[in-house]
Ligand binder design. Sequence first.
Ligand code: ATP
Ligand code: MG
Length: 362
Amino acid sequence: MTTNIITFSNVSKSYNETKVLKNVSFEIEQGKFYTLLGPSGCGKTTILRLIAGFIETSEGDIRLEGKRVNDIPANKRKVNTVFQDYALFPHLNVFDNVAFGLNIKKVPKKQIAAKVMEVLKLVQLAGFEDREISEMSGGQRQRVAIARALANEPEVLLLDEPLSALDLKLRTDMQYELRELQKRLGITFIFVTHDQEEALAMSDEIFVLNKGKIVQSGSPVDIYDEPINRFVADFIGESNIVPGQMLEDNLVQFVGKNFECVDGGMRPNEAVEIMIRPEDLTLTSIDQGKLIIKIDSQLFRGVHYEMIGHDAEGNEWVVHSTRKAQEGTEVGLAFDPENIHVMRFNESEEEFDARLESYEEE
Ligand SMILES: Nc1ncnc2c1ncn2[C@@H]1O[C@H](COP(=O)(O)OP(=O)(O)OP(=O)(O)O)[C@@H](O)[C@H]1O
Ligand SMILES: [Mg+2]
């Protein structure tokens, strides 16, 4: 039995002559929290608008619960959107904002009142029915917008950067609340953000987008630990990336030295890129270091020091350490074989998955 609630098959979208989505395919399972993550202009809102039915595809098919919906209008889809600016009606109070869609559908008054109370309770705004929108804080408005969407009992809730207007503390609180709400309701959330930490914290599954394409998809841990290329590595977390050469399976060369690693399935002596996370590097003495760097500068970041240095070949290295180092001195860097991530040039997600599978089988 298929549980896919949304399927995109080779969907493209063009405005005038410009393709802003290119052959996008993905499947969304019922009841999970998905995040579309990518830089400004990569096509995140476009995907949400296609799902909601506000715009039409140029090519390809969209299916909701297996049924092709290319020609089904927005109001016939069991999908609701929470917009970035919340799009609340400032002249209506909280109750009337939340009741808006139900009034249009001519739901009986008594039923509307019950539903409004139920969803306001869900977002922890019971008792705020008579408040004017102008008298609500940013976080409260955001919850009204979510309550309004939930009142329509959608199977899929689309959230377009709903937290971007909030300050850091409130934003973190709302991340917990949204995640809890999604678990409690068991409906599918598709959440848009360009904040990588938010995506990692909230999602069951992340789609990383760049220039109208999905570059990589997977669980937060998969994407963080196994980025397929420089774009994903850089976009999700901080990374050190240096050129290298894959000598054979489990043996890679960079900065003029050979290192044991856990990757394979490349051509012998293939040119590759090496990525190591700053938190996977440990400061050590020069004798014990696998690499030697000279510290150029360091900053105290609260939990750790962040140092920037360079190796003998001039590659820059960022290190996170609870220990302080001396600027201008040389230090050793230690790391484990599994912290070395080898990335091929121009490898697609399909090729990456296939290589991993065949390599790990051996
Ligand atoms: N109605 C339109 N007409 C022409 N071009 C458009 C239209 N809507 C969006 N675009 C273009 O499509 C591309 C993708 O836009 P989209 O709004 O999906 O980006 P986004 O990933 O949501 O970005 P942001 O993070 O800035 O919201 C952009 O280059 C944008 O300029
Ligand atoms: Mg957008």
